[in-house]
Design a binder for this molecule. Sequence first.
Ligand code: XMP
Length: 286
Amino acid sequence: MLIRNLARQFYSKSYRHTRKTLKRCKRVSFKTRIEETSRLKQSCIVLALDFPYQKNQDCQTLLEKATNMLDMVSPYVCAVKINHHLILPLGTFGGVKSLVDMAHERGLLTIMDCKVNDIGNTNNVIAEYYFDAGFDALIANPFVGWEEGLKPVFDAATRRQRGVILLAYMSHKGSAEGYGQTVRDPVTGAETKQYLTFARKAGKWNADGVVVGATAPDKIREIRFVLGEEVPIYSPGVGAQGGGAEVALKAGARYLIVGREIVNAEDPALEAESLRQKAELSKLRA
Ligand code: XMP
């Protein structure tokens, strides 16, 4: 208990420091802001704030649960990622926005995992609403392409100093069917893996990151080789999906996205802190 209180005091100072830095960094790219936050908080963990489906969910109870979880875990993570688990039951402006605001107050960045995947006009509406709600970055699917696809999302992000993170290779098994396909360049006839074409697009489009599953460390290694340090790799799939934190980091991941391993733990704060420490140690060893 004493240690927990000391940790809180230490991190509340670092919250203030991080908030000041974030304010100063308003005009800086998302990529730089999360790098700075991660450095200050000595954490590369992104909390996936997800809760299981419940029929006739009481929204007030769910919001309280999410608020408490964020409160407990925020000292040990650099960002929070929100998905449909909360957006669908709580709504964007009525419910989730308060979590986004709370994350910002605690010096965390916020990512909307909406996997934007439609025509440009619709993608633009999705991006504008999530950016209005305060999200610092959103995840998008490069399968829809640039022209009349993701270009409007990148334009909105640039205009509003927000970030776009692209999927490159997802963490589930079926990812091999799409992201793992071999594709042929219609002009040169050269064959390459779909995920490598997406990694190259992330570089060309100036994305703030790519998502590569922690369950596929070989793909992390290949993508890291293509992108170097320029475009950081975010790896979900640690724990519940079978991926290992240290393996993913060793392969070249920069951030670990972790949901159930933390949220379902008996002591989520302890689990987040232990993951944070493990990750920092493995970075030191690398
Ligand atoms: P767990 O509980 O498995 O939660 O730690 C992971 C969270 O991340 C999402 N997820 C992904 N998001 N690309 C993404 O953009 C992926 O490959 C991917 N794999 C998992 C998942 O929906 C959950 O919110």
